[in-house]
Design a protein around this ligand. Structure first.
Ligand SMILES: [Zn+2]
Length: 133
């Protein structure tokens, strides 16, 4: 199962992640077939190299999906300094196995790199990321 982003979503993610720099940014990518809505969620982690979504915002966002008939397609977060690969913590905390994970690396700020994965039972499977232009 690939992950497809509607037009402008990738640009939104890059801008949001750059604004959160040097902290990790996080949020949800939702839609029906393609991810056409990005819901930013506040990162409440005190650690620079991980993220923890604000639980109240997360619950409200998941509720809004249900009301709008959308699905949670991917969990987004950024790596301000690291590669676009799940960290050990990311793998341990992959609580939504049905959702893909999109990681945006800002390690090279002029060339942000986004890669998508599925994380199921501690296993990381790279998947294809398509961005509709
Ligand atoms: Zn991470």
């Amino acid at each position: 199962m690939d992950l497809t982003l509607a037009p402008d979503i990738l640009e939104q993610l890059i801008e949001y992640a750059k604004n959160a720099y040097p902290h990790e940014a996080c949020g949800l990518l939702v839609g029906r077939n393609a991810a056409d809505r990005f819901i930013p969620i506040t990162n409440i982690s005190a650690h620079a190299r991980e993220y923890e979504m604000d639980p109240g915002e997360l619950i409200a966002a998941l509720r809004s999906l249900r009301d709008m008939g959308e699905e949670l397609l991917a969990i987004f977060h950024s790596h301000p300094h690291g590669p676009a690969e799940p960290s050990k913590t990311d793998i341990e905390r992959a609580y939504y196995p049905e959702a893909a994970h999109l990681i945006l690396s800002l390690a090279e700020p002029e060339r942000p790199l986004a890669l998508a994965f599925r994380i199921v039972d501690g296993e990381v499977l790279p998947i294809e990321l398509h961005a509709i232009v």
